[in-house]
Design a protein around this ligand. Structure first.
Ligand code: NAD
Length: 367
């Protein structure tokens, strides 16, 4: 073996991660995720270099702004951003632009030019009894990913205005914006079960006609991925009637906002739902739920959403699919062994584990 090869095989891959714990349960679930990442770094010979930043209420308390310049700089210079969640009653009376959610989180997403939101939802067999759906609906297994376009559509289209007697919003998409997110969705489907459902309202909306056309144009670049189209009203129904049919769902900003929240109800707890927001350079990974102030500091919060967000960071942010798979497998093992926080137990089973105990167990399975 020559020297170069030897250096390569022993050198640790180094990744800079901006860690923003935020408010409420954020700090404790972040600590849990870092515990799991530490196990991953040992197993795969990686080095995660963490830079901690303030955001939301924590930043307001310390620096009177929900998104300090230092935090923004930290995020821009990182390989990925791992965020907890922000907000809480303490800051609810502030003007909207200063509040943790708008002034902190939404401002950060805008500054990072994030254009796609990914929300995977899986109903794990061992906790399927928590799902609000009848077990018959879950027979095929539920493991879907919604890819929502984040930067365009009716939320941003101009003109928009409200007068005394009328209101106006504009649903606008250009082809480039659609193609960019469509490629991402095709690639995600290619790494999963090769099925992509594009959701629109092409029977009524011109912007949806363009959406369908743009997605069709991209499809030949991904011959292994089977593409179909579904109207959004039908997709909302199919999500309940037969959610197991979906692999990757690709859709615009408004429809994605609604469908991804609908899918979030399927596993029965917000505590297991991660998310990723992808941009031009640095990507952001965070739980789909909020800061759960009712649980903060009690060692009761489910750390799995944050831990699975760290898995998404490994896969989509750092190019470490094996590390991501190891984390997901360890999470599944903790469910199978019944090492779960109270939100995943319906009463009679094993006693609830605390946040720290769940994290320790998951980290322990990664060997
Ligand atoms: P929430 O998601 O914080 O909580 C809703 C319910 O789910 C609560 O009963 C909570 O205990 C439970 N829950 C959430 N995460 C959990 C976890 N990991 N483990 C166990 N149970 C969990 O939503 P909310 O109560 O509407 O909002 C609380 C605060 O969070 C508000 O200030 C809100 O603005 C903010 N928020 C932030 C984000 C974000 O940072 N991305 C998202 C949503 C809400």
């Amino acid at each position: 073996m020559d020297n170069t090869t030897e250096m390569k095989s022993t050198a640790k891959a180094n990744f800079k991660i901006a860690v923003l714990p935020g408010d409420g349960i954020g700090p404790e679930v972040m600590e849990a995720a870092q515990r799991v990442l530490s196990a991953v770094s040992k197993k795969f010979n990686l080095h995660f270099e963490y830079g901690h930043g303030l955001i939301g209420g924590a930043a307001l308390d310390a620096m009177d702004t929900p998104l300090p310049e230092d935090t923004l700089h930290l995020c821009r210079s990182a390989d990925a951003v791992l965020l907890g969640s922000v907000g809480g009653p303490k800051w609810d009376a502030l003007p909207p632009e200063k509040r943790p959610e708008r002034g902190g989180l939404l401002a950060l997403r805008k500054q990072l030019n994030l254009f796609a939101n990914l929300r995977p939802v899986r109903v794990y067999p061992s906790i399927a009894h928590l799902s609000p759906l009848n077990s018959r609906r879950l027979e095929n297994g539920v493991d879907l990913l919604t890819v929502r376009e984040l930067s365009g559509g009716i939320y941003f289209g101009e003109p928009k205005e409200k007068c005394d007697t009328s209101g106006l919003d504009t649903m606008y998409y250009d082809k480039q914006t659609i193609s960019r997110v469509a490629r991402l969705a095709f690639e995600a489907a290619g790494r999963r079960r090769n099925k992509l459902t594009s959701v629109d309202k092409a029977n009524v909306l011109y912007s949806s006609l363009l959406w369908r056309e743009a997605v069709e144009e991209i499809a030949p670049e991904y011959p292994k991925v089977e593409l179909d189209h579904m109207y959004v009203d039908n997709a909302a129904m199919q999500m309940i009637v037969n959610p197991g049919q979906f692999d990757v769902i690709l859709t615009g900003n408004l429809f994605g906002d609604i469908l991804s929240d609908e899918s979030a109800a399927l596993p029965g707890s917000l505590g297991v739902l991660p998310s990723a927001s992808l941009g031009d350079s640095v990507h952001l990974f965070e739980p789909a739920g909020g800061s759960a102030p009712d649980l903060a500091g009690l060692d009761k919060a489910n750390p799995v959403a944050q831990i699975l967000s760290a898995a998404m960071m490994c896969e989509y942010g750092l190019g470490l699919p094996d590390a991501a798979a190891a984390i997901r497998k360890a999470v599944e093992q903790s469910f199978t062994e019944g090492i779960c926080t109270a939100d995943l137990l319906s009463g009679s089973e094993s006693p609830a584990a605390g946040t720290t105990q769940v994290a320790q167990a998951i980290a322990g399975y990664i060997i």
